[in-house]
Design a protein around this ligand. Structure first.
Ligand SMILES: [Mg+2]
Length: 179
């Protein structure tokens, strides 16, 4: 997913979880949105609810195709989320998505003021990645703007909608107000 016209290979794809990797659903039994900062709710969800929260079986199959292709091409996949790691990991495991993600940094983000760009910069420095080698995808313009303003990940910032188009078949999250 290198920039158009560039011969450099993308080293990493950093994905938000809620409304980027997931498509938060309203659980009527709990009268709550299924977002990853709600650990008790996530822990109570069965496999069918988890699959639904990831957009359903068809979207999940597309995610497997996309993430598998990226992994095969050498792209390292990260999730950077303000959600709880303890909530996200079991969901990824249930959906068989967990093996794609070698590092999970959800909790560390809390110590960095929830500014995702700071954590991305820390990961980039540790791995020796340049800005142009990292693509950050998030449905929140606020998070994208914060990362860009801090010059944390300047290579290919894009809105979730633009990124979905760029990546091909990844569904655009519902506009439900969750990030
Ligand atoms: Mg989000």
């Amino acid at each position: 997913m290198a920039a158009a016209g560039s011969e450099s290979q993308q080293a990493a794809l950093v994905l938000d979880f809620d409304s980027t990797l997931s498509t938060p659903t309203w659980l009527s039994r709990a009268q709550q949105w299924a977002v990853a900062d709600n650990l008790p709710l996530f822990e109570s969800m069965d496999e069918a609810e988890i699959i639904a929260n990831l957009g359903g079986a068809a979207r999940l199959a597309t995610l497997h195709t996309l993430l598998g292709a990226l992994e095969a091409s050498g792209v390292v996949l990260h999730i950077v989320s303000i959600g709880r790691k303890a909530a996200i990991v079991p969901h990824l495991r249930a959906a068989r998505l967990l093996p794609y993600f070698g590092e999970r940094d959800c909790e560390e983000l809390r110590s960095l003021g929830f500014v995702k760009g700071r954590l991305i910069k820390r990961i980039m420095h540790a791995r020796g990645w340049a800005h142009a080698e990292v693509l950050f995808v998030d449905d929140s313009q606020e998070h994208l703007d914060a990362a860009a303003e801090a010059r944390k990940c300047s290579g290919r910032l894009a809105s979730a909608r633009q990124s979905a188009q760029h990546c091909g078949e990844v569904g655009v999250p519902h506009d439900d107000g969750h990030e």
